[in-house]
Design a protein around this ligand. Structure first.
Ligand code: OOG
Ligand code: MG
Length: 255
């Protein structure tokens, strides 16, 4: 493997572990999407070597709000591990992060192994549950600024996630109201349909992308469909609540 991929993967892994921002890679070196995903895979590989377990996948930039906030207009994907999971109502220790932001998402729980691209008509047969979720993104780059290749290499900024209670897949989630509330204030409001018109299509999209990459989605995997609204910075001591009509609430305390 190219030394550049290994070195960059190590750099980003160390940046995450030490909660220290690094310069954007693309400012010094030109690299392409394939190399960006190779860096991501290698970098997550270091986590797996340390005993972390892969728990699923995330999509990014599946809503206009997110594309416009970050200036990136392509759908991206990253990997989730068990160490990133924070229980509903749990704590996030700010000192382990660089400049974390929170965003409300829809999560799916996979019922049976997916090995091929699925269509909107049959994707529900593969889903066990749906839940509201919060994703905590923490770009390892200075000032949360990056190119498309930079953010992919950096596992799409993913750093933690909180899941609400799993609901039956027949529960309405396609076009529900979503609120992000920090310390009792509504800071973002939106609808789940902001995610590709229907969050289910995010799932269809990831089956297409992952099967092209010869990656199977295992039963029990979690898929984060991408944020429905812009993300908000987390401050020490704040309380975050995601409200999802019909799916309940997801909470996080920051200390
Ligand atoms: C990149 C990750 C985007 C989403 O839900 O759209 C993402 C970022 O904004 O830093 O997770
Ligand atoms: Mg996200």
């Amino acid at each position: 493997m190219k030394q550049f991929i290994k070195n960059t993967a190590r750099l980003l892994d160390t940046a995450a572990r030490s909660a220290t921002a690094v310069d954007q890679i693309s400012q010094k070196t030109d690299f392409d999407l394939e190399e960006a995903y190779a860096i991501q895979k290698e970098s997550i590989g270091y986590r797996l070597e340390r005993g972390e377990q892969l728990t699923g996948y995330k999509l990014g930039f599946t809503s206009k709000a997110k594309m416009e906030q970050m200036g990136v207009h392509e759908i991206i994907w990253g990997r989730l591990t068990d160490k990133m999971h924070i229980r509903n109502g749990g704590n996030l220790d700010l000192s382990s992060f660089i400049h974390p932001r929170v965003e409300p998402e829809i999560a799916f729980l996979i019922k049976k192994k997916i090995t091929e691209p699925l269509a909107s008509e049959n994707v529900k047969d593969y889903i066990k549950g749906v839940a509201g979720a919060l994703e905590i993104i923490d770009s390892r780059y200075q000032n949360f600024k990056f190119s498309l290749e930079d953010v992919i290499a950096d596992n799409c900024s993913s750093s933690a996630y909180v899941l609400g209670e799993w609901k039956d897949i027949d529960t309405a989630f396609e076009n529900i109201g979503i609120r992000l509330i920090i310390d009792g204030k509504y800071v973002q409001t939106g609808r789940s349909s902001a995610i590709l018109g229907n969050p289910l299509d995010a799932l269809v999209e990831i089956t297409r992308i992952l099967s092209k990459n010869q990656i199977e989605i295992q039963a029990g995997a979690i898929i984060l469909a991408g944020a429905a609204t812009s993300a908000e910075y987390l401050q020490k001591g704040c309380h975050v609540e995601g409200g999802f009509d019909g799916l309940g609430t997801v909470e996080l305390k920051v200390n």
